[in-house]
Design a protein around this ligand. Structure first.
Ligand code: BDP
Length: 721
């Protein structure tokens, strides 16, 4: 495998460098890397921290999953210590014991294992028959694989390996990537090259990269992947494509990853196999039942369907005057005999409706609470508009207590600078997950809503729109890998911490030196707020240019649908700026719990970062800082630019710790980010000034170019569109 060979090749060099650095204080400069190995680099550990593992013990015939765990442990040990671990059955000093429940070596305390479910694991330092061993215990093979990755992470991040006592189990059941990958290998909103699925060559040719993809996901606990775009095509459900999906399922299965498909609601009609796609037509229901049976013959553990219906022009049950429940439940009935699920998206809005777009999903779905079949999850984006740099949490969270709601985050950065800007999304995920919906006395966070779907009796889950592609870095840039990482870790534990995940990632991906980790993590933690500041400060949203969403377009007001126009969202005029979502305006606030709605209906008790999401305010509105809204807005844009520059300066300080290749590749992007932060700031200030008619606040720098020049900028071939 590529990672393996590269690791071996690099090993001699790096081992020598590390040994040298243990003797002399000055670290040798690390060898160049291209990022392909992600956070699974397993570089040599200094003697004092290196694991003293010497054999792997497993009693029985290893399944493909256990073999994957053994391979990974060997790969990790080889990289970190230079030692090859033999596989044995006798417990020796330094053994890593993989044990299923019921087969724990005598003397090892397996208390609590039973509560950890199929996927959980225990990591324990123990003494067995007088030998010091490390035990990975689990109820199922997949738990052993996750435990192996957990142990390697502990070693890689410098945890004391002789005092391990860790228990871990996922808090959500379905931890899924959504690939928006098209059948021609283009990727909607993809900035990391082509789709990693080489559809044309599948099913006969199985790129070795699929295995590395599976390893990366399994290392985080991601256990599902939707292979194709939510804007789906009928062909994906035809025999040749089912065979391609089945080939991928075969590769991914040992790593605990199930395959799902996005289904187009009108598939049978478009394939001319039925006369309608009406979900209540028996002919249609029978077609889907047969289709499900056909898929399960090829993929016995197929996960189910993801569906985007009656949204942005996609077909759906409403085309036949049926409801989302009619549509979802019909598909659910076809999948139920096979234990498949339907992930039905709540991302719906229609131009014909004059109402605030932010309200439409709640208005359509809230009345359907409790009506969905048991194997349906409603998949809700983190916010009510569309993956903006900042949005308040979606009002559906906490408002449908009788329906499992699945979170949908976007890992690919459609609205946060593609793969060009550094924006670590951990803080965005954490901000949403820790939001208090106030739907329960004492509080009810979004994370709790996800974890407790219908009181634990129905499936739970989280989806992330993947940022993975054919790029050598997988994610289009080195730092975008961190967003895949953090997503996976939050899907495992929605109550985790963005900073802690960043620390793990930076240590494994870049350098173990605490100074480097601290420096890199600090950059990551400030990066998303920098983007918010120079793109959409103070609760502004959807100001990106049309279609491709690259760069500023706050002036755009001529699109086919009003709710695609930035002017619809900021509503700036001579008097003021912001979307009034209070009772005087669209009253979207009424969709939140009354106590929260009351708090946010007064601009003085609305958090400043959400101010213009909920309020239309005069330009001279007095902000808590004492400045006017206008001065504060310009101040935020300036701050964003300063933060982008600060990111670059901080990266320069990381130079001694990072190999030259990755250093330069990150540096190039930071130059772009600084340039584009200026562009965002200048274009936005120029535009809002033209609307407000106000002079720039004292000391503010005039935009570099005229508004007309900014308006004339075009990107006919921007990626992902
Ligand atoms: C928007 C994207 C569009 C997606 C849509 C969706 O611009 O490409 O198809 O969301 O989530 O963010 O369905």
């Amino acid at each position: 495998m590529q990672i393996w060979n590269r690791a071996l090749a690099a090993l001699a060099l790096v081992a020598a460098a590390v040994l040298a650095s243990a003797v002399h204080a000055a670290p040798a400069h690390p060898a160049d890397e291209d990022g392909y190995e992600l956070w699974l680099r397993y570089r040599p550990l200094p003697q004092a921290h290196a694991p003293r593992w010497n054999t792997i013990v497993f009693d029985g015939a290893p399944s493909a999953t256990v073999r994957a765990a053994i391979d990974e442990l060997r790969r990790g040990a080889q990289g970190m210590t230079g030692k090859d671990l033999a596989l044995g059955t006798r417990v020796t000093d330094g053994a890593v014991v993989l044990a299923r429940a019921g087969k724990l070596p005598a003397g090892v305390d397996g208390a609590g294992l039973a509560d950890l479910g199929r996927e959980g694991y225990l990591l324990k330092s123990a003494t067995v028959a007088g030998k010091r061993v490390t035990v990975i215990a689990a109820n199922d093979d997949i738990g052993l694989l996750y435990g192996a990755f957990g142990l390697l992470r502990a070693a890689n991040t410098g945890k004391p390996l002789d005092r391990l006592d860790e228990r871990s189990a996922p808090k959500l059941q379905l931890r899924v990537l959504n690939h928006w990958d098209n059948l021609d290998r283009s990727v909607e909103r993809g900035y990391a090259g082509q789709s990693i699925w080489n559809w044309w060559e599948l099913p006969d040719v199985r790129d070795r990269r699929y295995v590395d993809y599976a390893r990366a996901n399994a290392s985080l606990g991601i256990n599902g992947t939707v292979l194709n775009n939510v804007n789906s095509k009928p062909e994906i459900l035809t025999a040749p494509w089912i065979a391609k999906a089945a080939a991928l399922a075969d590769v991914l299965r040992p790593y605990g990853i199930k395959v799902y498909l996005s289904a187009r609601f009108s598939t049978p009609l478009e394939l001319k196999e039925t006369k309608t796609a009406d979900p209540l037509s028996p002919e249609v229901a029978a077609w889907w039942r047969n289709k499900a049976d056909e898929i399960y013959r090829a993929i016995p553990d197929f996960g189910g369907f993801l569906v985007k219906a009656n949204s942005e022009g996609q077909p759906g049950p409403q085309d036949y005057h049926r409801t989302h429940v009619d549509g979802a439940n019909m598909l659910a009935a076809a999948l139920a005999p096979h234990n498949g699920v339907v992930m039905w998206r709540a991302f719906v809005y229609a131009a014909e409706k004059p109402d605030d777009r932010a309200k439409q999903a709640y208005d359509e779905f809230k009345p359907l609470d409790g009506k969905f079949a048991r194997n349906v999850l409603v998949q809700v984006k983190n916010g009510a508009i569309d993956f903006q740099p900042r949005e308040p949490f979606h009002p559906l969270f906490g408002a449908m207590p009788a329906t499992p709601l699945m979170m949908e985050f976007q890992i690919t950065k459609e609205y946060l600078g593609f793969a060009m800007h550094m924006a670590y999304l951990g803080p965005l995920f954490e901000e949403t997950l820790t939001s208090d919906t106030m739907r329960q006395p004492g509080g009810l966070t979004v994370a709790q809503v996800l974890e407790d779907a219908a009181h634990g009796k129905r499936p739970t889950g989280m989806a992330g729109v993947a940022n993975v592609g054919s790029s050598r870095t997988w994610s289009g840039s080195h730092f975008d890998q961190a967003n895949w990482y953090a997503y996976g870790r939050f899907a495992w534990d929605p109550q985790g911490s963005a900073r802690a995940f960043a620390e793990e990632w930076a240590t494994q991906t870049f350098a173990r030196d605490p100074k480097a980790v601290q420096g890199i993590v600090d950059m990551m933690m400030m990066s998303r707020e920098a983007v918010v500041n120079y793109m959409t400060p103070l609760g502004l949203h959807h100001l990106m240019d049309t279609g491709h969403h690259h760069g500023p377009g706050p002036w755009v007001d001529n699109l086919g649908r009003p709710d695609w126009n930035p002017t619809y969202y900021h509503k700036a005029d001579r008097q003021g700026i912001g979307f009034d979502r209070t009772a005087r305006g669209s009253n979207a606030l009424a969709q939140y719990a009354p106590a929260l709605a009351a708090r946010w209906s007064d601009p003085r008790t609305t958090p400043p970062e959400l101010l213009l999401w909920f309020h239309h305010l005069p330009w001279d509105y007095a902000m808590p800082s004492g400045r006017t809204l206008w001065a504060e807005l310009v101040g935020h844009y300036d701050r964003g630019v300063a933060q982008a520059e600060e990111l670059r300066t901080r990266w320069e300080r990381m130079k001694p710790f990072v190999d030259a290749r990755r250093y330069d590749e990150v540096r190039e992007r930071l130059d772009v980010q600084v340039k584009e932060a200026h562009w965002w700031r200048d274009a936005s200030v120029a535009y809002f000034q033209s609307v407000s008619g106000l002079a720039l606040p004292p000391g503010a720098r005039p935009p570099a170019r005229s508004l007309d020049e900014y308006k004339a900028i075009r990107f006919p071939y921007a990626p992902g569109h």
